[in-house]
Design a protein around this ligand. Sequence first.
Ligand code: DAH
Length: 343
Amino acid sequence: MVAMQAQIDGIKKSFISSLEQAQTDDQLEHLRIAFLGRQGSITLLMKEIKNLSVDEKRVWGPKLNQFKQEAESAFQEKKEALFIEQMQSAQQKEQFFDVTAYEPNQPRGSLHVYTRTVQRLEDIFISMGYNVIEGPEIETDYYNFEALNIPADHPARDHHDTFWINDNQLLRTHTSPVQARALETHGTPIAVFAPGRTFRHEATDASHDFMFMQGEVLYIDKHVSISNLLATAKTFLQAFFEKEDLTVRARPGYFPFVEPGIEIDASCPFCTEGCSICKKTGWIELLGSGLVHPNVLRCSGIDPETYSGFALGFGIERLAMIKYGINDIRLFHSSNLHFLDQF
Ligand code: DAH
């Protein structure tokens, strides 16, 4: 039975060397078929057991079985090793990152100045008892203009000032449409703050952009007066600029959805006798506001004899520009890392 041992040795030798050489799944599969497949050399050798005498079977049966098992487990080991190798080289190629790897001085992300400013504003209004709400950026003519008492011939309705989507839909030009939406949904009394993106079809420069953010404030209840408006404006601006001695002044202004319409300026947070930020006037124009026009209340089914209230609106970038000394509104959505890194 020397011949049997020689066969085993021969097959073993070539099996081991093929196993060592196999580098790909394909090569490994060929090897499996050649040695362990139905017509594979190890399988065929096993089939020879049945031709042996009883005594020979007793000797070679266990030996052949052991050989086959060893071959199978060597094959399995190789298969696993190859898989691990492939994964490692794929990881290197695709630069999988290891979340556990520590690297000093890695660049850190930070909140965008938009987010930071909006969160601060939300905190301030929430602390005054307001709810934060949102309205859609794509608005209808009704909410953006009609419900706000804006007449058909008002210049803002012009195709040159507004991005119209079709005859009825547009990108909202201000956050004031949230007023009517909030009144319809929540009714009175109401105290809401609605920050959001707004759009205007106009040329850009350092202080104008085609897209910017506004904050809208609406407070309606019984017996709300201009004093409430001024006190709210002052409290909010003091908190935002972190200046307890900040004061406000009111000037008449025209906005179709309020009567009277009031523009509110804040005393310059940076100087007492005039600086470049307040253009040497000591005052900074910040808010549009007024007492909600009876037509706006009626439009949402609210009786202006019973309820009154104020609305105010402001540019969020403008507030942030003043607070952080940013000189170009277009930087906000520029993705400029030198700019963003500062916040
Ligand atoms: N929506 C106005 C604008 O975009 C700003 C404004 C003015 C909002 C007066 C108000 C307000 O709520 O009462 O220019």
